[in-house]
Structures are given as structure tokens and as C-alpha cells.
Write a protein that binds this ligand. Structure first.
Ligand code: NDP
Length: 282
């Protein structure tokens, strides 16, 4: 029978662990504080930012909210990042993406101190993952790995196919699976025979950003399927990159959408915020 990998349960466990860790840190005089910067009033970003603030409150991390108008210039945003980089009581900085088109997101990410880059997007942290050094790992890939590990999925020696090669999901997920000794293939929009490549996978990571793209023709019997995609269909229902109903009887285990990868991203952000006050880490 297909196993449901429940991101709500696993993320709640991680948040409880972080909560305990934060208590210990505070007793030792280290108080994590996360600055969350939002530019403009995109409703989806507003929901994500609120969820992050709620998670901070739950685990005992102070959150500093910066809600800036859409008209904010790149220079003004960079000045705020610089101010937060130098603010001792702020241990983590998160700039909610996407930013308005007149602001260069890459420039802003690179301006964040790598020691406060709890999203793990800065080149130094991305590079650290690549060469196996300590650093912040971006939250969605870190969450995917925890879903697999805490569900007892063996990665070492398994065929892992990651479909998607973005800097925030596909590439870091592939590197994490490689670190766990998976045999990793990264597929993308130019990959030939994608169905055949995916059917080789013992572990398939679906991160293409296309609703219900993966049906049973892409899945090997018994495979573990992690669905990273999140899409709102007409009528308001959410779905992932995987056609859940079509594949659920073929795969061995699968994450649902919602309630799979999504809640893990925030849990791992909380973990990164706690790590940010540990000197031995960065
Ligand atoms: P991007 O759009 O940055 O990347 C999509 C990737 O999919 C690209 O590498 C692209 O290839 C590849 N791709 C697109 N079409 C195809 C195709 N037909 N066949 C094979 N590969 C294809 O998306 P992200 O990585 O940022 O996000 C992926 C999904 O994950 C989205 O649905 C997003 O909403 C979701 N997401 C969910 C999060 C969560 O917390 N649950 C967090 C972050 C993202 P190429 O490089 O060749 O263009």
C-alpha cells in the first residue's frame, strides 16, 4: 500500500525540536531574531510572511517585520539589508521573493551577510553545500531531505532523479541527495526521454512548477515521490507537480499537496534561524 509522507507531522516534530533548542540557547544568553523584509503587498507573499512570523512565535524566535512599499528603490532596500547586517540583535535576514521587477533580487541576496542568510541563497552558502563545508542549506531542499530521512527512506545507492535545476530547489536538492550517497540525475526542460529517465528513479523529486505534470507514465512501481510543486487551481484547490490521484497506487510513498513539502520549508527556516546564533556553525 502506498505510504503518505506527512509533512505536517514531520514539520511539527522539527519545530518542537527547534523550540527546545531555542530555550537552551536563550538560557545561554543567545536569542535568535529573524528580520523578514517584504516589499509590496503581493497577497501570496503576505501569506508566506505571516506563516513565517507565526512559526517564529511558536518556536520562541523574535521576528522583526519590515513591510516596505512597492515603490521602495533597490538602494533603499540595500541600505536596510546593510543596517540589519550590522545590527547585533538580528541573527537572520530573509527577503521575501519575488521582489518588484525594478529591484535586482540577486544583488539583494548577495548583499545579505552570509552569516545571516537563513534562506541559504547567498553564493557562499550555495558554494559551501557544493564543496561539503558548513553553511546554511536552503530551506525547501533541507526539508525534502528531512522528509526522506525521517520517513525511513534509504538514499544511499538509490537512483534519485531530480526534475528541475533551479538554484533554490533543484540544484541544492540534488547536492543533498549526492551527499547522502544517492546516485543522482538532474533533469530539466532540455532532457530527452524524460519519462524514461524518471522511470529509473527509486526517489523522484518533482520540481518543474507545472500542475499535475507527472502522471503514472513517469513513475517506477514502488518509487518514492516527493512533490515540490504548489499550484492553486480554478476553484481554489491546491495541487502539486504530480497528478496525485493518477500515481498514488503505483508509487511506494508520496508527499501530498498541501501538507507535504510546504510546511517543511518553514520548519527548516526555523532550524536555520537557531543555527544562526551558534558561532561554531558559520
Ligand atoms: P523554477 O521555475 O525556477 O524551475 C523549474 C525547473 O523545472 C527548471 O529547471 C526547468 O528547466 C524545469 N522544467 C520546466 N519545465 C520542464 C519540463 N517540461 N520538463 C522538464 N523540466 C522542466 O521553479 P522552482 O525550482 O523555483 O520551483 C519548482 C516548483 O516548486 C514550483 O511549483 C514552486 O512553486 C514550487 N516551490 C515550492 C516550495 C515549497 O515550499 N513547497 C518552495 C519553492 C518552490 P530549465 O532549467 O531547463 O528551464
Amino acid at each position: 500500500m502506498t505510504k503518505l509522507i506527512d509533512g505536517k507531522v514531520i514539520s511539527a516534530q522539527i519545530k518542537d525540536e527547534v523550540k527546545q533548542w531555542v530555550e537552551v540557547l536563550k538560557k545561554g544568553g543567545k536569542e535568535p531574531a529573524l528580520a523578514v523584509i517584504q516589499v509590496g503587498d503581493d497577497p501570496a507573499s503576505g501569506v508566506y510572511v505571516n506563516n513565517k512570523k507565526k512559526a517564529c512565535a511558536y518556536v520562541g524566535i523574535r521576528s522583526l517585520a519590515y513591510e516596505l512599499p512597492w515603490e521602495t528603490t533597490e538602494g533603499e532596500l540595500l541600505a536596510l539589508v546593510d543596517q540589519l547586517n550590522n545590527m547585533a540583535e538580528c541573527s537572520g535576514i530573509l527577503v521575501q521573493l519575488p521582489l518588484p521587477a525594478h529591484i535586482d533580487a540577486d544583488k539583494v541576496i548577495e548583499a545579505i551577510s552570509p552569516d545571516k542568510d537563513v534562506d541559504g541563497f547567498h553564493q557562499r552558502n550555495a558554494g559551501a553545500l557544493c564543496v561539503g563545508r558548513p553553511g546554511f542549506v536552503s530551506c525547501t531542499p533541507a526539508g525534502i531531505l528531512q522528509l526522506l530521512i525521517r520517513s525511513g527512506v534509504e538514499i544511499a545507492g538509490k537512483e534519485c532523479v531530480v526534475v528541475g535545476r533551479s538554484n533554490i530547489v533543484g540544484k541544492p536538492t540534488a547536492l543533498l541527495l549526492l551527499r547522502e550517497n544517492g546516485t543522482v540525475t538532474i533533469a530539466h526542460s532540455k532532457t530527452q526521454n524524460l519519462k524514461e529517465v524518471c522511470r529509473r528513479a527509486d526517489i523522484l523529486i518533482a520540481a518543474v512548477g507545472k500542475p499535475k505534470f507527472f502522471n503514472r507514465e513517469y513513475i517506477k512501481e514502488g518509487a518514492v515521490v516527493i512533490d515540490v510543486g504548489i499550484h492553486r487551481l480554478e476553484g481554489g484547490k491546491l495541487c502539486g507537480d504530480v497528478d496525485f490521484e493518477d500515481v498514488k497506487e503505483i508509487c511506494g510513498a508520496i508527499t501530498p499537496v498541501p501538507g507535504g513539502v510546504g510546511p517543511m520549508t518553514i520548519a527548516m527556516l526555523m532550524e536555520n534561524c537557531a543555527k544562526a546564533v551558534c558561532e561554531t556553525f558559520s
